[in-house]
Design a binder for this molecule. Structure first.
Ligand SMILES: [Ca+2]
Ligand SMILES: [Ca+2]
Length: 246
C-alpha cells in the first residue's frame, strides 16, 4: 500500500498471481472502452479521459459518531464502502476470474442474505443481473456467495476480518439522482488470497427517489417486501433505471 493510499483509507489491491487474468484497468477498458490509466489527482482512481472510476474509501472515519453510511445518491468523502443506504438499485455481473461459483446479493441488518443473481460464464463473458430493487430507506451490506466462504462489504462480518470488496464510483450522483458503482470482490480467505480483487466484478446503478430523506435505517421487518419487489413491482422505477443504463 502506498503512503497516499494508506492516508486515504484504501485497501491495497495487489497484482494478480494467476496468468491470463484481467486486472482492474483491463476490466475498465473492456467495460467502457478507451485506455484507462491512473488519475494522479484522485488516489486509487482511473480515467480514460471520458469516464473516471473513482475509488471509494475502505476504512474511513465514522460519520456522526455512528456507523459510516455510504449513500448511493450523495457519497461523502468520509463515508466508506462497508454500509450502503437508500435508493432503487440495479446490478449486473461485469466479469469473473475465479474457480469458485459466484452469487451476488446483499445482507440486511438482521444478517439475512437476499440473493440478487447467480453469475454464469467466466472472464468478461458473464451473465447475471437484477433490476428495480427498491432499497429506499434501507441500510445494507453487499454480499458475495457461491463457492468458498461468504463475504461481505463489511469486513467485520467476514470470517477472516479482511476487506473482500473494493469499489469505484463511476459516475454521479447526477442531477436526476443516479449514480453508478463497480464492486470488485476477492473470494479467497486471507491465508490463501492474492487480494487482486478480480474474482467477481459487479456494476451497480442506484436511483434515489425524489424526496427520499436517505440514511434512515428501518426495522428489519421492512425487508419482508424485498422478494415481492424482485418479482415484478415498481415498474416506474424499473423504467427509470432501464432508461439510465446503456
Ligand atoms: Ca472495502
Ligand atoms: Ca483473487
Amino acid at each position: 500500500m502506498t503512503a497516499a493510499g494508506a492516508e486515504a483509507g484504501f485497501t491495497a489491491v495487489q497484482a494478480g498471481k494467476s496468468n491470463g487474468e484481467a486486472n482492474h484497468v483491463a476490466i475498465l477498458d473492456n467495460l467502457y472502452g478507451g485506455s484507462f490509466a491512473a488519475d494522479a489527482t484522485l488516489g486509487g482512481s482511473y480515467t480514460n479521459g471520458r469516464v473516471t472510476a473513482r475509488r471509494s474509501q475502505d476504512f474511513p472515519l465514522s460519520v456522526g459518531g455512528g456507523a459510516a453510511l455510504f449513500s448511493i445518491a450523495a457519497p461523502g468523502a468520509a463515508a466508506g464502502d462497508q454500509q450502503w443506504v437508500g435508493g432503487i438499485v440495479s446490478a449486473r455481473a461485469v466479469s469473473r476470474y475465479a474457480g469458485y461459483e459466484q452469487t451476488f446479493g446483499l445482507t440486511d441488518n438482521a444478517g439475512t442474505f437476499h440473493k440478487l443473481f447467480d453469475v454464469s460464464g467466466t472472464g468478461m463473458n458473464v451473465g447475471g443481473s437484477a433490476a428495480g430493487i427498491d432499497l429506499a430507506g434501507q441500510t445494507w451490506q453487499w454480499a458475495r456467495r457461491g463457492g468458498g466462504d461468504p463475504y461481505s462489504s463489511d469486513p467485520t462480518l467476514n470470517n477472516d476480518g479482511s476487506d473482500h470488496m473494493i469499489s469505484y464510483r463511476v459516475s454521479g450522483p447526477a442531477a436526476d439522482g443516479t449514480a453508478t458503482w463497480l464492486l470488485f470482490w476477492e473470494d479467497a480467505p486471507a491465508w490463501d488470497s492474492d487480494f487482486d480483487y478480480n474474482d467477481l466484478v459487479v456494476q451497480v446503478t442506484g436511483v434515489m427517489p425524489l424526496g427520499d430523506p436517505a440514511a434512515i435505517p428501518l426495522p428489519p421487518a421492512v425487508w419482508t417486501g424485498l422478494t415481492v419487489l424482485l418479482g415484478g413491482g415498481l415498474w416506474s422505477a424499473r423504467h427509470r433505471i432501464r432508461r439510465w443504463l446503456n
